[in-house]
Design a protein around this ligand. Sequence first.
Ligand SMILES: [Zn+2]
Length: 64
Amino acid sequence: MRKAACPTCKAPVEKGAPGTAKLYPFCSERCHLIDLGRWLGEEYRIPGEPAALPTVKSADDDAQ
Ligand SMILES: [Zn+2]
């Protein structure tokens, strides 16, 4: 049986374990909701200002 780490709390999760199979790779519904809320929070928090994303392409343009 394969094991994974819960993305939220890093607890070991057994894949296919009864009760958590539909929540995999999360160890519990609580951790699933925490992760989901984190994703939604980031999506809704886009303020339209320059994000801290890596701008690799513009760095290349300046090199010319
Ligand atoms: Zn967890």
